[in-house]
Design a binder for this molecule. Structure first.
Ligand SMILES: [Zn+2]
Length: 419
């Protein structure tokens, strides 16, 4: 590594270095690109400099608290070694290192402090020098490091980038909540969440959300959770069914719609409609098998061959029929319907997560159109006296592939995609 490369690498890790030196942190929740001046909210102290509570480039900060800071670009090579209590010498050293023109500009700047912006691969590291109302700024000032916590930085930091595609997740249960979470962390900036159900204690064993959200709508709760988890994300929640949502939303406004409602009979009807109306968005259907036998994630492009219906037995005259790739041998029930309000199907958080990851992958740009499926162990099934299907055995024993493209499962004369 030559000197220039070493300095670039140092600029990339400047935030971590400042943390190690023990410099106090403030959160930067929006990029400072394009800003020459920002505001700091300061809590005054009876003696000496006040304490900066937060800085913000756009949010309103009351005038009594507001101190203006100017933003100043500094090359990493011009920054003296960081210290948590900078002195007159440190300031002097910074000025001496700067090119003459920059030094004059820095010394002439007004305001209560300066944010030194050091360019790096992730959009910049920031060190704040705050002198408040002191006229002789070089003699008494505080130093802060700004921890970048905005969408663009966080996604770049993990080797991704912000993705402007619009994705709707229908059904924010154990699978849907994880699909939404992983898409948010992967850089998808615009998410729509649809679910009419509320969080109940029953859900805690396998849902992303905590008991703080008990009794609250899952779509709205998940939106609140993800906005907190991934700053700068844009989430629109709907407390309604998919049917109702379709009366107010346009499927073609989305790049991808993911159905994680776990009701294949209903989904098949929606797919018929999608093909009939020629929706332009990609559709992903995802569901798990009872007793942790496995999971499925299938992507489809309406108006093109290959759909969920293709996976059903052609000759089956019953309206529901049987999925050819079902993993529980047909004719067995995995849940007991006692109360009449819907049965609870046993499967674990791991089964939900593993399946959700496959569905999330299918929603990313460049993903192939096809069918992911995985087979888990039959231990839970055996404990419940349930038998896996021949398809489960084939998948488990490697006689069929875990991912196939749509060409492999097209059904002749499919009543939905018309293949
Ligand atoms: Zn089809």
């Amino acid at each position: 590594m030559n000197e220039a490369e070493r300095l670039h690498a140092f600029a990339d890790e400047l935030e971590s270095y400042a943390r190690k030196v023990g410099i106090h942190a403030l959160t930067l929740d929006a990029p400072l690109r394009g800003f020459k001046r920002v505001h700091a909210a300061v809590t005054p102290k009876s003696k000496g400099l006040g304490q900066i509570e937060r800085i913000n480039s756009s949010e309103v900060i009351s005038k009594t608290q507001r101190h203006s800071l100017f933003v100043f670009d500094v090359d990493i090579g011009d920054l003296p070694p960081l210290v948590n209590k900078p002195s007159f010498d440190w300031w002097n050293s910074l000025c001496q290192r700067l090119p003459v023109k920059s030094r004059c500009r820095l010394e002439k700047k007004r305001g209560c402090g300066v944010i030194l912006r050091v360019p790096n691969r992730f959009g910049g590291a920031h060190i704040l020098l705050y002198w408040g109302g002191n006229k002789v700024r070089s003699q008494h000032f505080q130093i802060y490091r700004l921890e970048s916590a905005y969408h663009e930085y966080l996604t770049r930091r993990v080797g991704q980038h912000s993705l402007s595609r619009r994705v709707a997740v229908i059904g924010v249960g154990a699978v849907g909540s994880r699909v939404a979470e992983h898409l948010a962390l992967t850089g998808i900036k615009h998410l729509t969440l649809v679910d009419s159900d509320d969080m109940s204690a029953n859900n805690l064993g396998r849902h992303v959300l905590s008991r703080n959200f008990l009794g609250m709508n899952k779509a709205f709760s998940m939106a609140a959770h993800l906005c907190n988890r991934m700053p700068g994300i844009d989430i629109t929640p709907f407390d309604c069914s998919f049917r109702k949502w379709l009366t107010i939303a346009q499927p073609n406004d989305f790049d991808v719609i993911i159905l994680a409602i776990g009701n294949l009979a209903e989904e098949r009807l929606w797919y018929r409609r999608a093909w009939r109306e020629g929706w332009t968005c990609r559709l992903v259907s995802t569901f798990v098998e009872a007793a942790n036998l496995g999971g499925h994630a299938i992507s489809m492009q309406p108006s093109e061959p290959g759909c969920l219906e293709c996976l059903y037995e052609a000759e089956d005259p019953a309206a529901l029929g049987t999925l050819r790739t079902v993993m529980l041998e047909p004719g067995q029930s995995s849940s007991q319907e006692i109360s009449g309000c819907g049965a609870f199907t046993p499967y674990s958080a791991i089964t939900a997560t593993r399946t959700a990851l496959l569905a999330a992958e299918l929603a990313l740009p460049g993903a192939a159109i096809g069918y992911h499926r995985w087979a888990g162990s039959d231990e839970s099934a055996a404990a419940l006296n349930l038998r896996p299907s021949s398809f489960w055995h084939a998948l488990r024993e490697g006689r069929t592939l875990p991912f196939i493209t749509r060409e492999s499962y097209l059904r002749d004369g499919c009543p939905c995609c018309g293949n």
